[in-house]
Design a protein around this ligand. Structure first.
Ligand code: DC
Length: 236
């Protein structure tokens, strides 16, 4: 990703929290990283945290479809998330698993693991600690609804399933389009219908459909929202 320098003339303002929720493959990661880089903010990928816990469960032979078994081990993995938008990292028990968490096995298991309340409780607490005093762009499914409802900027990012599948397949080195779309839709269905913290557009979230927009256009829209909040909060 190209690094866009932080504008030295940009006024210094109270640390903002930008919550970006939305479906898989809607462009959340690319958008959030670019927005954070441009505005000099940190970046947190909460999906990577759910993926890392899922990777650990698979690596430790926990049956990911047994919610009780997953809940019993939810506190076991030690997770460390790096928040540099140019080089986000995720380590489990001291080992970086940034590549491993994008595997087909993790894709297939992450939604059932994410639906387990004990997993969510633990990760939401970690996410709130990381957000801390703000100055961060956070992407996920429940950031504006559960993790940080007080976020100054809330975005709900979507795109048509075909566009999302095409992007994900390209990211994964030309993976099969139909299989990728089926995997995305299966995850959407579980993520949107689970009992705890389902994916939903909250009041106050600005809906951006990225289907027919370039990454730069979407980034520009989100930066404009942050600028609007900053200027209405009295900064000059
Ligand atoms: O954003 P992603 O596709 O990497 O997320 C992977 C999975 O993690 C997704 O299927 C749902 C879950 N997730 C979640 O339940 N809550 C979040 N805040 C972020 C992700």
């Amino acid at each position: 990703m190209t690094s866009v320098p932080t504008d030295p003339n940009r006024p210094s303002t109270p640390p903002v929290v930008v919550a970006v929720d939305g479906t898989s493959g809607s462009g959340k990661s690319s958008t959030c990283r670019a927005v954070a880089d441009r505005l000099g903010l940190r970046y947190l990928d909460t999906g990577a945290m759910y993926r890392a816990v899922t990777w650990w469960m698979l690596d430790n032979d926990v049956d990911v479809h047994d919610a009780g078994a997953v809940a019993a081990r939810a506190g076991a993995p030690d997770l460390v998330s790096g928040t540099d938008p140019l080089q986000p990292t995720i380590a489990v028990d001291g080992v970086d698993v940034s590549v491993e968490i994008r595997s087909d096995a993790v894709n297939a298991a992450v939604s059932p693991v994410s639906a387990v309340p004990a997993v969510r409780e633990r990760l939401v607490a970690l996410q709130r600690d990381l957000i801390g005093t703000g100055g961060i762009v956070v992407e996920g499914r429940d950031i504006g609804s559960v993790v940080w409802p007080q976020a100054e900027v809330k975005v709900y990012l979507t795109a048509d399933p075909a566009a999302r599948a095409a992007r994900r397949a390209a990211e994964n080195g030309g993976a099969d389009l139909t299989a990728t779309q089926e995997s995305l839709l299966a995850r959407d269905a579980i993520d949107s219908s689970r009992a705890t913290a389902p994916l939903t557009r909250v009041d106050g979230a600005v809906h951006i459909d990225s289907t027919h927009r370039t990454l730069d256009e979407v980034v520009g829209l989100v930066v404009d929202l942050v600028d609007a909040v900053r200027s209405s909060s009295g900064a000059s």
